[in-house]
Design a protein around this ligand. Structure first.
Ligand code: GAR
Length: 208
């Protein structure tokens, strides 16, 4: 599989940093072709620059529609030979235009055990609901929000004295381990999709 990643961020970029670190340490055989943010103030852009990775800031103003913006994103990723798109705290809904441009080649990390607590502030939702176990999920992106086939998950117990913030911090530690691991699995190409299921070792993905 094409090992050039395009990482999309909107903010802090700690998951981006975990991916960069895994590559530098030789734990992940990939390279990051470009980091794109929809927000100029995203501190993750600085992390990318420090690592010598090309950055691009694509704000949505000036685009007539979500589809037009997504076409610009797709163009920027394709121009850099990106084979796998990694959403790392990218806080924008993607249209079918984007999803169909990279079929089964977009990953997202979400701070809950999906399908529980999709959407915004998942850690707070889980804490407020009173669940005893939450966690993090990496999944393939399809047309529906936080809903594509699940590649990998890590569970995080919720402690009695947790606040939403302490729980978020412990989930984030697991996210940083989970994301490079999930990218490695996907780049192996040794998987298939059966219904909603991401199955490892069950064959090779077409086109890889
Ligand atoms: C992470 O917790 C990620 O799971 C979450 O945003 C945070 C980004 O942090 N993503 C979502 O909630 C997507 N629905 P980071 O910028 O430090 O990687």
């Amino acid at each position: 599989m094409n090992r050039t990643l395009g990482v999309l961020i909107s903010g802090r970029g700690s998951n981006l940093q975990a991916i960069i670190d895994a590559i530098v340490q030789g734990a992940l055989d990939a390279c990051i072709g470009v980091v794109i943010s929809n927000r100029p103030e995203a501190t993750g852009l600085e992390r990318a620059r420090r690592a010598g990775i090309e950055t691009l800031c694509l704000g949505h103003r000036g685009y007539a529609s979500r589809e037009d913006y997504d076409r610009a994103l797709v163009g920027a990723l394709r121009a850099r030979g990106v084979g796998l798109v990694c959403l790392a705290g990218f806080m924008r809904l993607l249209s079918p235009v984007f999803v169909e441009a990279f079929p089964n080649a977009i990953l997202n990390i979400h701070p809950s055990l999906l399908p529980a607590f999709p959407g915004l502030e998942a850690q707070h939702q889980a804490w407020a609901h009173g669940v005893k176990i939450s966690g993090a999920t990496v999944h393939l992106v399809d047309r529906d929000l936080d809903a594509g086939p699940i590649v990998a998950q890590r569970a995080v117990p919720v402690m009695d004295d947790d606040t939403a913030d302490t729980l978020s911090a412990r989930i984030l530690e697991q996210e940083h381990l989970l994301y490079p691991e999930a990218i490695r699995l996907v780049l192996s190409g040794d998987w298939s999709i059966e219904g909603r299921r991401f199955r490892l070792g069950a064959g090779s993905v077409a086109g890889t």
